[in-house]
Design a protein around this ligand. Structure first.
Ligand code: BMA
Length: 320
């Protein structure tokens, strides 16, 4: 496409093999696969916890493993973490959009997902050590709330979670704290959706879990622009204080990544890029950002933490 001005910095580079996973690769019937959480294992291999939508329209989560994080995926032969609405009615219409954080203090991964209940989407939490067995903590934020992820360590002795409740005033990003991962409080609004013509007006949400850097917690978030032709899901950056993560230090004005490639523009839901996970390379800087494209396939783009921080330094401003 040559008609589009490209005089902006490119912070994320699409992999030439995109999409790296589609429903065609699935070992059992699936409509679409998208919005995966991601983990880098100690042996350097990658686990993606993929959202799989079946032909009822309900989603579950399935593990795909790869040595290089790009090719040769081994996909679990059946749903890995499936809704169980008889026991857990809050999972009535499925499990969606997992974000995974390793909690070193517990030696466990926290999987925070959208539980689609009869009352709307809420935030669910499960713990796992091996991505085979999952211990459900249950719903930790009632509907309507989603786009949630835990911070990897406690802040002042409390676990912290970023999430996105929706209210008649819009859908903004909040932080909440917990002594035990079960009881949550200390709720604070941390990032507001802008208004009017902004790319991130009225509705924003956390994308993958925060990235801990020496300058602060780096947030990759999505903004939703409503147009007569449908929504545009794009990605922007913000930075939060390391010890006071409710304090936003900088926020970029422009989006940094948006639907452009044909596989992001066409699909079940057109014009969507929706990252839920990343892995960080051995250099401690290279980010492989895994995202759902058009609610249809799984893609990856490469970026650099240093470049994102540098961009925020130059283009970000203190959020008001
Ligand atoms: C959001 C979430 C995502 C989805 C996106 C675009 O609200 O539900 O799962 O990818 O919409 O449809």
């Amino acid at each position: 496409m040559t008609y589009r001005n490209q005089h902006h910095e490119i912070l994320f580079h699409r992999h030439e093999r995109n999409p790296i996973l589609t429903a065609a690769a699935w070992p059992y019937p699936a409509n679409t696969v998208f919005n995966p959480g991601a983990v880098r294992c100690s042996d350097g291999s990658t686990i993606l916890l993929c959202r799989v939508e079946d032909r009822r329209g309900h989603s579950h989560l399935t593990v795909a493993r790869s040595a290089d994080g790009i090719t040769d995926w081994t996909i679990d032969p059946a749903p890995t973490f499936a809704p169980d609405p008889d026991k857990y009615p809050e999972e009535h219409w499925g499990l969606e959009d997992p974000r995974v954080t390793y909690l070193e203090a517990l030696g466990k991964y926290a999987v925070v997902y959208t539980a689609y209940s009869w009352g709307g989407p809420g935030v669910g939490l499960a713990l796992t050590e091996d991505f085979r067995h999952f211990e459900r903590i249950g719903i930790i934020m009632p509907p309507e709330d989603k786009d949630a992820a835990l911070l990897p360590r406690q802040i002042d002795g409390r676990w912290a979670m970023i999430h996105r409740p929706a209210t008649p005033m819009g859908a903004h990003i909040w932080i909440s704290y917990s002594p035990d991962l079960k009881h949550w409080g200390g709720h604070k609004l941390v990032l507001r959706a802008r208004q009017g013509g902004w790319w991130d007006a009225n509705k924003i949400g956390l994308s993958p879990p925060l990235i801990e850097t020496e300058c602060g917690w780096l947030m990759i978030y999505h903004g939703v622009r409503v147009t007569p032709a449908g929504c545009l899901y794009r990605i922007g950056l913000a930075l939060f204080d390391l010890e006071h993560p409710e304090t936003c230090l900088r926020r970029g004005d422009s989006w940094i990544f948006g639907p452009f490639a044909p596989y992001e523009r066409e699909g079940d839901v057109q014009n969507v890029v929706f990252p839920c996970g990343y892995t960080i390379g051995d250099d401690g800087d290279t980010v492989l950002m895994y995202y759902g494209a058009a609610d249809t396939s799984i893609c990856v783009a490469t970026g650099s933490i240093r470049e994102m921080l540098d961009w925020l330094d130059r283009h970000g401003r203190i959020d008001v």
